[in-house]
Each structure stands twice: as C-alpha cells, then as structure tokens.
Design a binder for this molecule. Structure first.
Ligand code: MG
Ligand code: MG
Length: 258
C-alpha cells in the first residue's frame, strides 16, 4: 500500500532530506584525486551522527557503509573502501539519513578534478532529466509520466536509461511504494496523490542501458564499462505540485568555491 503523509510528517521528513543535502556538501569539500572512498564515508557518518541522526543505509540489508559511492562505470550501491579517486573520474554519492523516524535519501554525481566534456554533459543532462521528471510529480499524473520525461531527455542524447533500479516512495521506510521507474509511457503506472513523497532518481549511462552486479553482492556497474551518473531528490506532492524536500544548494555552494 502507498503511504500518504500528513503535512506535519512531511515537515519532519524535510529535515531529514535537508540533512542529506548538508552531508553531501560536507563530502563535496573532500572530493579530490587521491582521496579514498572510505574516508568520504567516515566524514559523512560523523557529520550525520553530530546532527542527531543515524546513517540510513548502514546495515540496511547488510550494507556496510554510510554512503553508496559509485565511481565511473559503477552505477549505484558501490561500497566505500580503499579505492582512491583519480583526476578525471566521476563519482556518484548516494546518502540516506534517519532522523525523527523519517528517511531522507538523495544523491549527486561529482567530478574529480577536471573531467572530459563528455562526462560533464552526462552529469548535466542526468540532472536535467531529474528535474524534468520532478516537474511531472503533480496530482493526477502517474509514475509513468515521470519515467517518460526522464527517458525522453536521456535517450535524446543516446544515453542508456537503467531499468533494473528505480525510484521509490520514501518516509518511515527507506523504500516504500510506489516504484518510480526512469522509463515509461505517459499515463501509465500508479496515480499520484496529494502528500505522497517520492525519491526520484535517474541513473543514466553514457553507453548501453544494461547493468550487472559485481561479485561483492552490491555494486551495480554498466555492462559495457562506460561511465554512469545518478542524481536523486526527495519530492513531496503538495498543493498538487512538486515540493522538493532535499536540496543541492549546499553542495553547489561548495562546488562553486572549488
Ligand atoms: Mg539514494
Ligand atoms: Mg533512493
């Protein structure tokens, strides 16, 4: 069943979503060539606990990290470890927090040092696809309208839209119904209602859409080993329209100063 939140619950959840944005901004300060992904994970965990919240992913289904850190051809669910970031990499950082009983869940893909024009465009257009999907999160639309908007934008550039992983409802559980695919037909899927909260999260590949899971049981990578980008926002449907609970503004303040 699909959980409809109260207005008060949405305001509590907004706090969780904003804390994710602040955590990702803290991580952004430390993204540089030579940095190990486990170091970024520790920064995030400390920051979240300092703000009286719990890492939302740690222990979820046995996941060991606070962050999912996915470099280049890793799409999502990368496990933080001894891997060092290199100049020219792109790194997707997905973060969840649990505060006052509600989850926030948001992701951003970062450039490590200077990256190729091709990768800058992949990141920019994936973010654009996210916002085009969010525009469709209005009362009376369906999840397929969100997916259609994301897919149309991504495929226009010849990118592959990952299908095996999807967005989702989010609230007292990290993953609630409905599923929010990043592909679809207009007017198909679950009808969107006032006070639903959705995590919308396009995963867009430079090459083919196909992915596979690594032997670690978590990391999803592209089949053709070309890079992939991932951006995610938590979106409430309020007064019929999308109200983005998470934010990239703290992150982008940090990136503007870099
Ligand atoms: Mg996420
Ligand atoms: Mg999510």
């Amino acid at each position: 069943m699909i959980v409809i939140k109260t207005e008060a619950e949405i305001e509590i959840q907004r706090e969780s979503s904003l804390l994710v944005g602040k955590t990702l901004a803290e991580v952004a300060k430390h993204i540089a060539p030579g940095v190990k992904t486990i170091f970024l994970d520790k920064i995030a965990e400390t920051f979240i606990r300092d703000h009286k919240a719990e890492p939302g992913f740690k222990g979820y289904g046995g996941f060991p990290g606070t962050l999912c850190i996915s470099v280049n051809d890793q799409v999502v669910h990368g496990i933080p470890g001894q891997q060092e970031l290199k100049e020219g990499d792109i790194v997707s950082v997905d973060c969840g927090v649990l505060k006052n009983g509600f989850y926030g869940d948001s992701a951003y893909t970062f450039a490590v040092g200077e990256v190729s024009e091709e990768l800058k465009l992949l990141m920019q257009r994936t973010k654009e696809a996210l916002y085009l999907g969010i525009e469709q999160a209005v009362v009376g639309n369906r999840t397929g309208d969100i997916g259609y908007a994301v897919q149309q934008h991504a495929e226009k550039f010849g990118y592959g839209v990952v299908r095996e992983l999807v967005g989702h409802g989010v609230g007292r559980q990290l993953h609630e119904k409905p599923e929010v695919p990043n592909y679809g037909r207009r007017g198909s899927g679950v009808k969107l209602k006032e006070n639903m909260v959705l995590a919308i999260e396009p995963m867009i590949n430079l090459g083919v859409r196909n992915v596979r899971q690594e032997a670690d049981g978590w990391t999803i990578r592209t089949l053709d080993r070309k890079p992939s980008a991932h951006f995610e926002h938590d979106v409430a449907i309020k007064n019929g329209k999308p109200d983005i609970l998470s934010t990239f503004s703290y992150i982008e303040e940090v990136l503007d100063k870099k």
